[in-house]
Design a protein around this ligand. Sequence first.
Ligand code: UDP
Ligand code: MG
Length: 213
Amino acid sequence: MFSCALRYLSSYINKMVPEVVFVLGAPGAGKGTQCSLISKEYGFVHLSAGDLLREERQRPGSEYGEMIEQKIRNGEIVPVEVTCSLLHKAMQKSGQKRFLIDGFPRNKDNLEGWTRVMSDKTTLLFVLFFECSRDLCTERCLGRGAAGSGRSDDNLDSLQKRFNTYLNDTMPIVEHYEQQGLVRKINAEVAPEKVFEDVKKAFDACGLNQLTN
Ligand code: UDP
Ligand code: MG
């Protein structure tokens, strides 16, 4: 009787633990586009680490604004204390329990910081990894810049730096999760709706259901 109650309680607590999908891929691979589609169809809250940092940069009185701008322009990665606290706050504020964390963790510092603060508070379901060639990604980001993205890092100089950071710092994180069997690789070189077909397979295979409205 007691053990049954205990099991019920632990399953109840488990259901309360927020579930997280990390979304990684080169700059311009299409993380944001796919996250919007996933969020609509599966009811996950889309949290882009880059967007949260850009918002914090704009926040009047932010003590991190200048540091964030400099890092973003140089394609470098903001210290995890800042990013992780923005993510944590956004998760709490949403009152929801399923999150797509887009563009994070991007390096060892990010991974260690998240593990320290958040791994006990969340369940990582899997890591979506969008594969796309450097040439195509560069073309997309430059196109986005020319079309008025307003981003201070959608230019050739910043893009070269972002790519170096991606190859040197982010790929080892993808490999780390790959060794744990958590990476779901998606070909991101085709049209968004085609990419989304594969994304859906990853979600469906995890037993996650599409919203029914
Ligand atoms: N960034 C960071 N930490 C993160 C996510 C982003 O420092 O966890 C910074 C980094 O400088 C990066 C920039 O924000 O180059 C833009 O990131 P975003 O994910 O918006 O770019 P994307 O990869 O989507 O093009
Ligand atoms: Mg993005």
